[in-house]
Design a protein around this ligand. Structure first.
Ligand SMILES: [Zn+2]
Ligand SMILES: [Zn+2]
Length: 450
């Protein structure tokens, strides 16, 4: 119980200062990774409440796509954080202040400056086309629920470096930075919901579900508004605040991107916008415009201001059609089951990254990426998903029988996952044979009739 309360406290930034203060970076817990069970429980709770309250069912294609992005993001931190931390450590030797890692002032300075840095970093990835190519992933869901919070870009870390590293010069110790970056992101989980209306006076100071709903809107009045992480005061100060237009006819929010991609393919969603950026850049007639296409806003066009001319932007209105082909219930259960296998392997990878060999980590990552590809293909109704799934399950079983130590360190779960993979191979094989038989008999009937 106390563990659950602690987790909830972490998500609301209601934490004990002493238990979130550390001398070395090695002591800092992986708060985000530890929160995954709580994320999952809260997601399920939100689904139940939405259903009971008559808001309908959540769309599992969207939920699994968002959660898949979250898994990849969590893995990518293993690589990127090493570079980030090294750079921060190097800059820290040139600090102008010598702040004591134990002091109350240091804790509060870290919390405040991380939030301010987050504001500018978030604003930058909206206002610089190359940054937007990464950050658009977070905005690519047409739904707005807790799972949307997990939809993070794998490549966005690189744009965080310039925002957070100056704090090293200020003298904020690295452990405090790592703690507060995580707490800041954890706070942003619960604000991705439509179940919370407005929160009275808290709306003045804090980023709330209401403010963040505006941030996720594709409507013209929502674009590039409310960048705050924990505090909304930065938006009020720097002129980017916009209040939600609740109960105003015609002002309902249409969530997602202005040019909404019609897919649940996780890898495509992570990457597709880079192609758009470079296509735009190389279509420019001057070098100046080529660089402007890369570093000005996504809405910029030659001859216009840095962020483009808003009068030329499409005015998206709600409701707009939601992407999502019909998928049979059994396939949704199948996709969800395999997502959970992915989650187990991802947890093994992240929590044992110090002891696992590179080849095992690459195998785990490849399995996760291909599984997310299968899930995307299934929900997009692509013809190839069955074949890819068959190959994936067979490869997993070959790997499972080949490795000396078990893939999953808990024997019962390890056997259960292997059994599920065998069942999946049998299922996909029987479906392929049935499909082939049906095609052959139909073909014969047509020949006979002719
Ligand atoms: Zn954003
Ligand atoms: Zn968000």
């Amino acid at each position: 119980m106390s563990g659950a309360l602690r987790q909830l406290g972490l998500m609301l930034y209601v934490v004990d200062r002493n238990s979130t203060t550390f001398e070395t970076q090695q002591e800092v817990p992986k708060y985000l990774n530890e929160a995954i069970p709580t994320f999952t429980l809260l997601l399920l709770l939100e689904f139940v409440v939405l259903f009971v309250a008559g808001h309908g069912r959540v769309r599992m294609g969207d939920v699994l796509t968002s959660s898949g992005h979250g898994l990849l993001y969590d893995i990518s931190k293993l690589v990127v954080h090493y570079g980030e931390l090294s750079l921060y450590q190097w800059l820290y030797q040139y600090r102008v202040l010598d702040l004591d890692w134990r002091s109350v002032g240091t804790w509060w300075m870290a919390a405040l400056f991380i939030d301010l840095a987050y504001y500018w970093y978030h604003r930058a990835v909206h206002e610089v086309n190359l940054g937007w190519a990464a950050h658009q992933v977070h905005h690519s869901s047409q739904d707005y629920n807790l799972s949307t919070a997990l939809r993070q870009s794998v490549f966005q870390h690189f744009f965080a470096l310039p925002a957070y590293t100056p704090l090293a010069l200020l003298g904020i110790p690295l452990p405090a930075i790592i703690v507060h970056i995580q707490l800041n992101l954890l706070y942003q989980f619960w604000i991705h919901t439509e179940l919370v209306g407005t929160l009275g006076p808290l709306e003045w100071v804090f980023n709330t579900p209401s403010h963040h709903r505006v941030h996720h809107g594709a409507n013209k009045w929502c674009l590039d508004r409310n960048y705050g992480g924990v505090l909304i005061i930065w938006d009020r100060l720097f002129g980017t605040f916009e209040a939600e237009r609740r109960n105003q006819p015609g002002q309902e929010i249409a969530y997602g991107l202005v040019g909404q991609p019609q897919t649940y393919n996780t890898l495509y969603l992570q990457l597709f916008y880079y192609q758009a950026v470079f296509t735009k850049a190389f279509s420019m007639s001057t070098w100046g415009d080529l660089f402007r296409a890369l570093f000005y806003g996504p809405g910029w066009t030659p001859g216009n201001p840095r962020l483009g001319d808003p009068t030329t932007f499409p005015d998206v209105k709600a409701p707009r059609p939601l992407y999502g082909p019909e998928v049979p219930l059994w396939q949704q259960v199948y996709a969800t089951t395999h997502y959970f296998i992915c989650l187990i392997l991802q947890q093994i990878l992240v929590t044992n990254s110090q002891v696992l060999s590179w080849d095992v980590m690459v195998c785990h990552l490849a399995f996760i990426v291909v599984t997310l590809g299968v899930i995307g293909g299934l929900y997009d109704r692509r013809w190839w998903w069955v074949g890819l799934d068959w190959i994936r399950c067979i490869t997993f079983l070959a790997y499972w029988t080949h490795v000396v130590v078990s893939v999953i360190p808990w024997p019962l779960l390890d056997s259960l996952v292997a059994s599920l993979m065998v069942a999946s191979v049998l299922l996909q094989t029987s479906r392929a044979i049935t499909h082939l038989w049906t095609s052959l008999t139909t073909h014969k009937k047509i020949i006979k009739r002719d």
